[in-house]
Design a binder for this molecule. Structure first.
Ligand SMILES: [Zn+2]
Length: 616
């Protein structure tokens, strides 16, 4: 057989019409022309079904692979976006050169090609040399990863700086060997994935797709009008008139972002858009728009507007996720994460009669915003019902702001345990009882409070412990306090650490009691178990943020969030953006626009990477 010349590869059609080519390598098998034709037809069918097409073929010539591949993504006609990629796989030295030439000629001249992406291990590699010789000018785009893969965007057709591409590629972080760049099996798998219609986001790359940060700020400003208060903040308590109006506004934004919106039985706003694979579980983003009385315009709102913006950005760029996409604006977060409790199945009937900050009971409140309290069971989801959940939120603390870090990668939402501590001594005359004969419960309480602080700070970590409440009896100037009841609270991500600290506090209280003639009695009044975020998602968030040139810090969330409840159903991740001055639940709450859009971009790209990931 005559070796193929470059001219034989001038067009894709040449592959199929060249009589010198009888055998085709496809998915690691040598197949006949007929089989190859069937493959190509199938991929055209897939294209018609999924909006994404694939051509992949490699030629075997005297056992030397010289191959060619191309894949393309079409989005809605009539303005197809066409993308070709080629890959300098190490197992086929001539591959890139041949492929580059063929695709440049075929692509630019015969197809509506928008741009070509070359990934090469060095700027002067063979494939780029071919492109230069073919008269292509190109801009150096990014030096992307530790492989020194360089992406070039050819300066040829119309595309905006925000045009996004996805390349099927694989590299092994931490391994600089060229040999591991991509093996044949991985390449084939990647190609098959492309044919299946899903977007494979590249690892370690700096993606160009961005949310519209200005639009998020506009939406936040518009939302701030509902329940606006004279202090410059917002009072949009769940189930209030302001909440209802804010929700109407938000539903409009959700619809504009291409989401089909429903109010569920708990009053959650659930916006949904189908994915390309209906068999998959939904990928969920969410937060809340209700506020505490005299709260701010960022707690919950940033994550809600951010999630809607991500959906809108995807819709505008005609990007369909594999997984169905859901944006959930949870009802009544501030009043005990009631909406997410309903979805997780943790809602307790006894909550119905609780009176909320709106003045309404939870039962009446749910009805007021269009839910149906008698049908909460219908919205309950089971563990495994979601692919993953992501929530963008303001930090509500001052660590990121102080340390000038862009993104907090939330390690988990801390568990909270609260105890009522009763200290009993003996109430006696404050004038006649000598100092050495007293059993002063208040004095014991003072020593106890000191001890809590000392114990909590005696071990490394970010655990916190507080005595935030105290009452003494009988409570008179001239009576030695005989009884004190105080409230102790410990928070940490690690329940075992809380248990350890509690034991130390108990031991110390016994010693204080012995020395002061008092007794200590502890009653656990409230426990919220810690909700760690998913380690794989944390890693994705961290890598994604760094890829966007943002600095990150791993940190616990000291405040509760809906993510805590959703963690019962599947893997969750949370992205924090800085709160200026660490202020929250206050009209002075503020996050900078650039931090908000940075966080939303991390949300967007983490979502896309999660969409491509198997999280089983
Ligand atoms: Zn919140």
């Amino acid at each position: 057989m005559q070796p193929l010349s470059l001219d034989d590869l001038d067009s894709i059609h040449a592959l199929w019409t060249n009589p010198g080519v009888r055998r085709f390598l496809f998915d690691d098998q040598i197949i006949s022309r007929e089989q190859a034709a069937a493959e190509i037809n199938e991929s055209i069918e897939r294209f018609e079904t999924h909006g994404c097409g694939l051509w992949a073929a490699r030629l075997r010539e005297d056992s030397e692979l010289i191959g060619f591949c191309g894949f393309r993504f079409f989005h809605d006609p009539p303005q197809p976006q066409l993308l070709y990629g080629f890959h300098p796989c190490h197992w086929s030295k001539g591959f890139a050169t041949e492929a580059a030439r063929a695709m440049i000629r075929f692509g630019f001249e015969q197809a509506g090609l928008d741009f070509v992406i070359a990934s090469a291990d060095a700027p002067n590699s063979a494939s780029l040399g071919v492109m230069e010789r073919a008269g292509m000018s190109f801009d150096r785009q990014e030096t992307v990863n530790e492989m020194d893969t360089v992406y070039y965007r050819l300066d040829r057709r119309d595309f905006t700086p925000d045009t996004t591409f996805y390349e099927v590629s694989h590299s092994d972080p931490g391994n600089n060997s060229r040999e591991t760049f991509m093996n044949r099996r991985e390449f084939n798998r990647a190609m098959v994935i492309a044919a299946g219609g899903y977007v494979v986001a590249p690892r370690q790359t700096a993606p160009t797709l961005r949310v519209n940060g200005g639009r998020i700020v506009e939406h936040l400003t518009a939302l701030s009008q509902f329940g606006k208060n004279p202090q410059g903040g917002v009072s949009r308590a769940a189930y209030s008139e302001a909440d209802l109006l804010g929700r109407e506004y938000v539903m409009g934004l959700m619809r504009a972002a291409g989401l089909e919106v429903k109010v569920d039985a708990a009053g959650n706003l659930v916006g949904r858009r189908a994915g390309s694979d209906p068999a998959l579980k939904p990928l969920v983003m969410g937060s809340h728009i209700d506020s505490v009385p005299e709260g701010g315009n960022f707690d919950g709102d940033v994550g809600s507007m951010g999630a809607i913006e991500v959906a809108q950005t995807l819709a505008e760029n005609k990007l369909t996720t594999r997984h169905p996409l859901e944006v959930i604006i949870f009802a009544n977060e501030e009043g005990g994460t009631i909406g997410s409790h309903s979805i997780s199945g943790e809602f307790n009937e006894k909550y119905f009669s609780l009176v909320t900050n709106s003045g309404k009971t939870i039962r009446d409140g749910i009805k007021f915003i269009g839910g149906d309290p008698d049908k909460l069971a219908s919205i309950r989801r089971k563990p495994g019902d979601i692919h993953a959940y992501l929530e963008l939120h303001i930090e509500q603390g001052g660590i990121l702001d102080t340390e000038k870090i862009n993104i907090g990668v939330v390690e988990g939402i801390v568990g909270i345990t609260q105890w009522e501590v009763k200290i009993e001594g003996f109430a006696n005359h404050a004038g006649t009882t000598p100092m050495n004969q007293r059993r002063d419960a208040m004095l014991a309480a003072a020593k106890f409070i000191q001890a809590v602080n000392q114990i909590v700070t005696s071990v490394p970590g970010r655990q916190v412990g507080t005595v935030g409440k105290l009452q003494a009896w009988p409570g008179a100037y001239n009576v030695i306090p005989g009884k004190v009841i105080l409230g102790l609270e410990l928070r940490d991500l690690d329940a075992a650490k809380v248990a350890m600290l509690y034991q130390k506090i108990r031991d110390e209280s016994a010693a204080i009691g012995k020395a002061s003639g008092t007794t200590f009695d502890f009653t656990e009044t409230n426990t919220i178990v810690p909700a760690p975020t998913d380690e794989r998602i944390r890693k994705l968030i961290d890598e994604t943020a760094k890829g966007l040139r943002l600095t990150t810090k791993a940190m616990p969330s000291g405040a509760g969030h809906d993510a805590q409840e959703i963690a019962r159903l599947g893997p969750v991740g949370m992205i924090f953006v800085p709160s200026v001055g660490g202020i929250s639940h206050s009209p002075k709450e503020y996050s900078r626009p650039e931090d908000i859009s940075g966080g939303a971009n991390v949300l967007l790209h983490t979502l896309l990477r999660l969409d491509a990931a198997q999280l089983v």
